[in-house]
Ligand binder design. Structure first.
Ligand code: AMP
Ligand code: MG
Length: 419
């Protein structure tokens, strides 16, 4: 797909259309590498993991008590012939009606099929125990079957899974010490603008502190990317052209914020056109237009995808979440990813415009009846970053919708892994 069909001056692109176009232009997933389990958190599996063993390995006791070989008649009193602690095995087969004392996790001896917990037992003679409420005892109770969590040969985790703590635990339960992960995507990030000043420096009379490089870095790090922070670019064609071409040499993606409008100091578009191809996309959404997407040519290797995000700090985060995030996840092999969406009731009337998707910053909570409500954080200007700080979700008002009345259902995207 070429970029030119999305050139400025043509019709507005819909949000879904933009997502489709970006999906079609996503480079293949980056290469993979073996990583020890202890540093695999947040990585994406590059290959299916098939269980090499049964988990648990043995049928074992879920309670402390006795393991019993079920007798012919329902048991009331049984003979205890030994003891088995977690980490040991009882090698003799039990005859019907025989039992051994057992601790949680210990393998059931051959012949045993039922565990009765200590709280239901009383000692009647040296090696005899009485069952207090025999009518409550069921054959096969309190037993964890071998392979009931994962059977040997079963798909344990699919390629494309992003590893959370529970995944690490599960991989460890299979005895795996390392896994095959996609390597982190390397993303070069610039801010642009003569007024943009690094935090820590004195603020010039007409300056503004650089916000976007830091929110973008946070988003990228949470996505498991390697950030190449290349600072602030002046509004100058030659500087930008050189800096972007250089950045593309060892990055998998290059990203800027600001400088993509059509003001006289907006040099991102001409810079990109000199070193690759660029489409300036007017997307029917707010906040977040315009957005530039392009590719930077390289002497060796495939061209590098480029995002020219808007300058306003809220627009930067919203466009990253909606458009950059899916591409980065796909480049890391997480193909099936979709943002989480819920439906909430509007706690206030919301204004939008037909034909445009609006993303308000929202706060959702449930009421006593269990209904989910959402309100905006107040003023919604695309420079008001405190709205992102106050929010716990984005409210997504679809293009079909011009206004949302109080009490009407509306889609929200709860803040998740990244925000
Ligand atoms: P631009 O598209 O470059 O005209 O930027 C739009 C608005 O975003 C302007 O008010 C810029 O000052 C502001 N802006 C651009 N880059 C940043 C940045 N890195 N941090 C904070 N504000 C920015
Ligand atoms: Mg600017």
């Amino acid at each position: 797909m070429t970029l030119s069909c999305f050139e400025l001056g043509e019709r507005m692109l819909g949000v879904d259309e933009t997502l489709g176009a970006l999906a079609a232009m996503t480079p293949p997933a980056v290469a993979c590498q073996r990583v020890p389990l202890s540093s695999a958190l947040g990585g994406v599996l590059a290959a299916d993991v098939v269980s090499p063993i049964d988990v648990p390995q043995n049928t074992n006791a879920a309670m402390d008590g006795i393991a019993l070989a079920w007798p012919e008649a329902p048991p009331t009193e049984v003979t205890v012939v030994g003891e088995v602690l977690a980490g040991t095995r009882f090698e003799t087969r039990l005859a019907a009606g025989q039992a051994v004392r057992i601790t949680t996790g210990a393998p059931l001896p051959d012949g045993a099929d039922t565990v009765i917990m200590n709280e239901q037992l009383a000692t009647s003679a040296a090696s005899r125990v009485r069952i207090e409420h025999p009518e409550r005892v069921r054959r096969a109770q309190n037993v964890r079957r071998a392979g009931e969590d994962l059977a040997r040969g079963q798909l344990a985790l699919a390629a494309g899974t992003r590893l959370r703590p529970q995944h690490l635990g599960l991989l460890a339960s299979l005895g795996l010490a390392d896994v095959s992960l996609f390597r982190p995507v390397r993303v070069a990030v610039f801010s642009t603008g003569d007024e943009v000043t690094a935090p820590g420096e004195a603020l010039p009379a007409a300056g503004i502190y650089d916000t976007n490089r830091f929110s973008l870095r946070g988003l990228l790090e949470r996505l498991g990317c390697e950030v190449i922070d290349l600072g602030i670019l002046r509004d100058d064609l030659e500087t930008m052209r050189w800096a972007l071409a250089t950045a593309a040499r060892d990055a998998d993606m290059v990203m800027t914020s600001g400088g993509v409008s059509v003001g006289q100091a907006d040099w991102v578009k001409p810079a990109l056109e000199a070193i690759g191809e660029l489409g300036l996309w007017r997307i029917a959404m707010r906040p977040g237009r315009p957005l530039a997407f392009g590719r930077i040519r390289r002497e060796a290797g495939a061209p590098v995808p480029f995002f020219g995000l808007p300058g306003n700090p809220v627009a930067v985060m919203v466009t990253f979440l909606q458009f950059v995030q899916p591409m980065l996840r796909r480049m890391q092999g997480e193909h099936a990813w979709q943002p989480a969406r819920l439906t909430a009731l509007a706690g206030e009337s919301l204004k939008s415009r037909e034909g445009r998707v609006d993303f308000h910053r929202g706060i959702y909570a449930s009421d006593e009846a269990g209904r989910l409500w959402v309100n905006t954080t107040g003023r919604q200007g695309s420079g008001i970053l405190s709205s992102m700080v106050a929010a716990n979700c984005l409210i997504e008002i679809s293009a079909e919708c011009a206004t949302v009345d109080v009490g009407a259902p509306v889609t929200i995207q709860p803040f998740g892994d990244l925000t």
